[in-house]
Design a protein around this ligand. Structure first.
Ligand code: PLP
Length: 373
């Protein structure tokens, strides 16, 4: 079956004796056991496993075309679940412009735990190769990156990782499986902040890890999920499986609207640079075309001027909300450097926009008036 169909039907595949059209929510935290402590069915205690999480993990696995998935309570919890599956002392390679929360996770939590990490420019394969060491166990990929929209070659980097006894893990939050399928391109793991496009309505926090193959590494991630305990509630799992039913059509809308806005911004005299992988002028366009089937809803651009000019423009929008995060049906934008905090390397004149599903003409009108000097 095609992805659109599976997105709608996958959740019911695990509810085999149910006559419901949509799955019920199982809020019970405990399940009946026999007098010797054995569980009746598969269920014991909700932190370990519950019907809605199993359903949601099945949907994730089907969408990313992997073998298994583990759902977490947030995107950074999912990243922590992967990194803690390594051993203290292990080395990882991670993009210099990785999502700021993951940079903080690595620097402030994982380094004290014993992880070693090099933050580097990952658009160039030679640079990555130069940083690989005997103890490198994982290469973290985020493409397009946040907020610079750098494109990394998933297939080549995964091959490089495998040749050096390391795994490749891709943060696929921005493209979603409708625009990019990292496991089919050779990556071993995919992570998500399902807070973004999977949820799609700015009202659920969640994260996930999907694996290409079950094995000792995924067993450790599963252990980290169940014993680390950063698990989503049954209601959140239910909501995420529900939202996924419309993901294909939402992504088509995000791709289309963002493509239109990117071309508009590219022609605007007040904008000096537009970072959108769908534009032919983008440095990573050729690689993006090879590994993506759509270019997503995120655009970053530089305004003529500095911090003051960028902030002034954002302040003038009437339709586009001022907010961080992304992936909702409503358009939002922000001065990204202000959100990232003191160790941000993002240019002061950069605006990041999450293009929503409003009519593109309304978005263009709002942009037009906001950009008018
Ligand atoms: C938001 C985001 C995360 C973190 O997810 P949370 O759900 O906020 O913890 C990770 N990676 C990317 C690319 C993101 O945009």
């Amino acid at each position: 079956m095609r992805k659109e169909t599976e997105a709608i039907h996958a959740a019911m595949e695990t509810a085999n004796d149910s006559v419901d059209i949509v799955p019920p929510v199982h809020r019970s935290t405990v399940y009946e056991i026999d007098s010797e402590g054995r569980a009746e069915g598969d269920w014991h205690y909700t932190r370990l496993e519950n019907p809605n999480r199993v359903q949601w993990e099945h949907v994730l696995k089907v969408m990313e075309e992997g073998e298994a998935a583990a759902a977490f309570s947030s995107g950074v919890a999912a990243a922590a679940g992967v990194l803690q599956a390594l051993s203290p002392g292990d080395h990882i390679i991670i993009p210099r412009d990785v999502y700021a929360g993951n940079r903080m996770l690595v620097n402030k939590l994982m380094k004290p735990w014993g992880l070693q990490a090099d933050f580097i420019d990952m658009t160039d394969l030679t640079t990555i190769e130069e940083h690989i060491r005997a103890d490198t166990r994982l290469i973290w990929i985020e493409t397009p990156s946040n907020p610079m929209m750098n494109i990394m070659d998933i297939t080549s980097i995964s091959e490089l990782a495998h040749a050096n006894d390391a795994v490749a893990c891709v943060d696929n939050t921005w493209p979603t499986p409708f625009n990019q399928l990292p496991l089919n391109l050779g990556a071993d793991l995919v992570v998500h902040s399902t807070t973004k496009y999977f949820g799609g309505h700015s009202d659920i926090l969640g994260g996930a890890v999907v694996t290409r193959e079950k094995g000792p590494l995924f067993d450790k991630i599963r252990f980290n999920q169940q014993i680390g305990g950063a698990v989503p509630s049954p209601d959140d799992c239910w909501m995420l499986a529900r939202s996924t039913r419309t993901l294909a059509y939402r992504m088509r809308g995000h791709n289309e609207n963002a493509g239109r806005l990117a071309r508009y911004l590219e022609d605007h005299p007040g904008i000096t640079e537009v970072y959108y992988p769908g534009l032919e002028s983008h440095a990573g366009h050729e690689v993006a075309r090879k590994q993506m089937s759509g270019y997503g809803g995120m655009i970053s651009f530089l305004v003529d001027g500095g911090r003051k000019e960028a902030i002034k423009i954002i302040g003038r929008s009437k339709l586009i909300s001022r907010a961080t995060s992304l992936g909702g049906v409503e358009s939002t934008w922000e001065h990204r450097r202000s959100s990232e905090g003191p160790d941000s390397e993002t240019p002061e004149n950069l605006i990041r926009i999450s293009v929503g599903l409003e009519h593109p003409d309304d978005l263009l009108e709002d942009l037009d008036q906001a950009l008018e000097a």
